[in-house]
Structure formats: structure tokens, C-alpha cells
Write a protein that binds this ligand. Structure first.
Ligand code: DAT
Ligand code: MG
Length: 149
């Protein structure tokens, strides 16, 4: 089953948006299989955003993402990687459609409140970077037959 890595960034936690954001993925019908509140080390943040290390915003991005607790999560479901990206919206919240998390709740690219893996392969790498296998729970929500046929 497909899985994605999502993280509510320090701005989302500080703004009290954890419940609002998690609620959207629950309501959609995806399954939460791992979650922890943690402050990322610089090393972890630099690995996570390694693809951006030559970009001018890299140092500031790492400073920001390590500045306070984040909520790291793994969600599961058919097509969850692409669907979560749609639910999150465009990188710059000023371009994110209303109805998306960033479109509804953010205004600045450096404070866009949530991360989501951009592809199935990236998701697998990010999940193994942030979580140990034993931190993930395989379970069957009792509502599953009412969500997927
Ligand atoms: P996304 O988070 O939508 O996958 P990304 O991978 O291109 O976006 O960039 C990672 C994060 O870096 C993004 O969430 C916010 C920050 N960022 C991206 N482009 C930026 C820019 N031009 N200025 C400042 N921060 C930027
Ligand atoms: Mg990205």
C-alpha cells in the first residue's frame, strides 16, 4: 500500500494548526500509520532537504525547520502521495488554490506550514529517514469498508 511522509512545520505547530491539518487527512479517508512530535537536528533537516542544498534559501530553510517542534507523520492509502500534494497546494501559498491547506492557512513561501513527499520514491526515502520500522503501525480502521471498496 502506498505511503507518504508529511510533516507539520514549526509554524503550523506554533499556530495551533495541528488538529486542523491532521483532521483533513483523516476526513479524506487516508490512514495514519506513524506520528511523532519532535525537533529535527540540523543533520536530519539537511538530509531531508538535500535536493535543495545549492539553493539560496537552503540555510534559512534548515534554520526554520529546526527552530521548534514539528509533527512528522506517515499516511497510507491508494494514491496518497499525489493526493496529499493536491490537498497541500502549491509551494508558494499565494499561488495555492483555496481549499488546499496552504491556500486556506498560509501566505508566505517560507512559512507554508506543511511538507509532503513529491513522489512515491521520495516518500519511501523520507519515511526511512524520519521513522524506524517499529515506529509505524499496520492496522485496519474499522471504517475501511466504508471508505474503499
Ligand atoms: P514543496 O515544499 O512544495 O515540496 P520545494 O520542495 O520546492 O517545495 O521546497 C521546499 C521548501 O523550501 C518549501 O516548502 C519552502 C522552501 N522554499 C521553496 N522555494 C523557496 C523560495 N523561493 N524562497 C524561500 N523558500 C523557499
Ligand atoms: Mg519538496
Amino acid at each position: 500500500m502506498e505511503r507518504t511522509f508529511l510533516a507539520i512545520k514549526p509554524d503550523g505547530v506554533q499556530r495551533g494548526l495541528v488538529g486542523e491539518i491532521i483532521g483533513r487527512f483523516e476526513a479524506k479517508g487516508f490512514k495514519l500509520v506513524g506520528m511523532k512530535l519532535m525537533t529535527a537536528s540540523r543533520e536530519l533537516a539537511e538530509q531531508h532537504y538535500g535536493v535543495h542544498k545549492e539553493r539560496p534559501f537552503f540555510a534559512g530553510l534548515v534554520d526554520f525547520i529546526t527552530s521548534g517542534p514539528i509533527v512528522a507523520m506517515v499516511w497510507e492509502g491508494d494514491g496518497v502521495v499525489a493526493s496529499a500534494r493536491k490537498m497541500i497546494g502549491a509551494t508558494n501559498p499565494l499561488n495555492s488554490e483555496p481549499g488546499t491547506i496552504r491556500g486556506d492557512l498560509a501566505v508566505n513561501v517560507g512559512r507554508n506550514i506543511i511538507h509532503g513527499s513529491d513522489a512515491v520514491e521520495t516518500a519511501q526515502q523520507e519515511i526511512s529517514l524520519w521513522f524506524k520500522e517499529e515506529e509505524l503501525s499496520a492496522w485496519t480502521p474499522s471504517l475501511t469498508p466504508w471508505i474503499v471498496e
